[in-house]
Design a protein around this ligand. Structure first.
Ligand code: PNS
Length: 174
């Protein structure tokens, strides 16, 4: 196997953390924070048009994530449409970060990583394991719980909890 040369000193490591983030959860926040300890810049890329009926619009999702990370200048929040790898190529980024919570995530993530590498061989997917505390947390679970009047304060940032309460106020129990 041919060994390729070492990393040039000037390389600015930009990692893209893509997702639907409808809404961003404590699990996402943990992964974004930890990624920002490793990469120079982490771009949280909110996907457009993933779900036909999202709870939050793309601009609402961007605003929530931006507010949460307002003090972390390594974290940027953007949106993208179409193929993820086209967005990375246009942005000059070479790294995709995805979180793995459990074995059940693996098959889909593996398939997506291989497809993205086939489409753009220079782009690598880095997987991060979620913290044990957050393995059960997902945006879908948050929405289901909140829609039925359940407490989601442990699952999302207080800013997000406030926005969820506004969305689901018609279901509130008190
Ligand atoms: O938070 P999610 O819903 O698991 O994020 C999935 C996402 C948005 C990262 C993925 O669906 C995606 O990259 N969509 C853009 C279209 C694309 O490039 N698909 C992969 C090629 S097979």
């Amino acid at each position: 196997m041919k060994v390729i040369g070492s990393k040039p000193q000037s390389l600015h490591a930009v990692a893209v953390f893509p997702g639907s983030f409808d809404p961003v959860t404590v699990g996402h926040i943990d992964l974004i924070q930890r990624s920002a300890m490793v990469f120079d810049e982490v771009v949280v890329a909110v996907a457009c048009n993933q779900e036909k009926t999202p709870l939050f619009s793309v601009s609402e999702r961007i605003a929530m994530i931006s507010n949460i990370f307002t003090d972390n200048n390594r974290v940027k929040v953007e949106t993208f449409d179409g193929l993820l790898i086209d967005y990375l190529v246009n942005r000059g980024a070479k790294v995709i970060i995805r979180g793995l919570r459990a074995v059940s995530d693996f098959e889909y993530e593996f398939q997506m990583a291989l497809m993205n590498r086939k489409l753009a061989p220079g782009i690598e997917t880095f997987f991060m394991t979620s913290s044990a505390l957050y393995t059960y947390v997902s945006s879908r679970i948050v929405k289901e719980l909140a829609s039925l009047g359940g407490d989601v304060s442990d699952l999302v940032h207080p800013l997000v909890e406030k926005e969820i309460k506004i969305k689901y106020s018609k279901y509130a129990r008190n």
